[in-house]
Design a protein around this ligand. Sequence first.
Ligand code: AMP
Length: 441
Amino acid sequence: MNRNTYYNNRPYGRSYHKKPEKPKVEIDFNDKDWKDKVKKPKADTRTKTSDVLNTKGCEFEGFNLSRPLLMGIFEKGFERPSPIQEAAIPCILMGKSILARAKNGTGKTGAFSIPCLHLVDPKKQHIQVLVLLPTRELALQTANVLKSLGKYLDLDDKIVTSTGGTDLKSDIIRLKRDVRIVVGTPGRLQDLAKKRDAHAQHAPLNIDNCNMIVLDEADKLLSTDFLPAVTALLEYTPKDRQLLLFSATFPSTIKSFKDQWLKECETINLMDELTLKGVSQYYAYVDESEKVHCLYALFRKLTINQCIIFCNSVNRVELLCTKVTRLGFPCYYIHGQMGQKHRNRVFHNFRQANSNCRTLICTDIFTRGIDIQNLNVVINFDFPRSANTYLHRIGRSGRFGHMGLAINFITNADRYNLCAIETHLNTEVAAIPKEIDASLY
Ligand code: AMP
């Protein structure tokens, strides 16, 4: 079947055809037994680490959130706020700007999505929240979290995702509707925020009255690649906007940004000593020519739910995928030179985790924020060059305090880099033992 046949034969035809509307479920939010009626997902009984368990004992009900929002939260399976949520939600609800640092996978998305959803005023028909992320996949993932948490707030079609690599015209059309929350990548949003010509009253993206701006993965957004677009977007927003910065790492570049844009803000830092908790890190000392063989041995030995393998170049990703598939282990791959639709499809299929294809090989495009709960093993087929990249790659396992395993293939040339990263992160990567205790991941 060629590509066009595939799209034409899909149940709803091409993507611009409207999907049939789902029947609305009427829910009585005044019902005193509302909590019992929430359809919660199956409880997750896996062991969790202290970085999500060390809470002060707050409850979501204690934040004075609306009942429809609470329903969305419980239905998503969030029973109690995680430490970053306990710290950030009240500050944001009080209208404060924040600079929040917490480990990957400890609930940062919920920490800003929940108060943002609460603060959206249904009577105001303009964009009220702008969420910026460094990659397209992260933008889609975050918009989905906002939509599911806000399921009962009637906001579904008022949350718009806009990223590079997609059709600009369809973004312009969608932004003409009644939009309250925009989630996207800085370059595309900057294009949309510019006025088309001198006579145009408004640009397609009108954020003149947008009072809440979120920068998730803020360290990346404030790097030289993104900073010009981010600051250009901030210039369009009101001076008294609330700015929310979230990241696992806060390099020194953040200081000058803070001095200019965040004079008054609350700083939340939950990262002391918590960086890689729950993730067991090992290295295998190998020759370049032995890497594939070593991978094969790992596949046979480990109990892998889902696994990501990182390579340092697009070519190596494709080559490794061919080799691994030939060895009898089917896998997906993703890199930045693939078309966006193709990337989305692979990401979606891998997330579903219901096929026998449980391995994804990728470049660093996937290091940040991507949340796949079942992922328990990360393999650095090629060792990363910086401590920051290492931290973000490893953070793909051990989500929400679960245990995870990180295995690094180290060649002779990587030795010094491994030492430097261990020192930088104040962590220890041990030599891989003959048997890895299954309870570690
Ligand atoms: P994040 O750090 O936002 O990417 O979240 C990591 C994972 O933790 C996601 O799969 C979330 O669904 C999950 N999560 C976030 N907050 C909570 C919570 N309060 N209770 C249970 N799971 C949560």
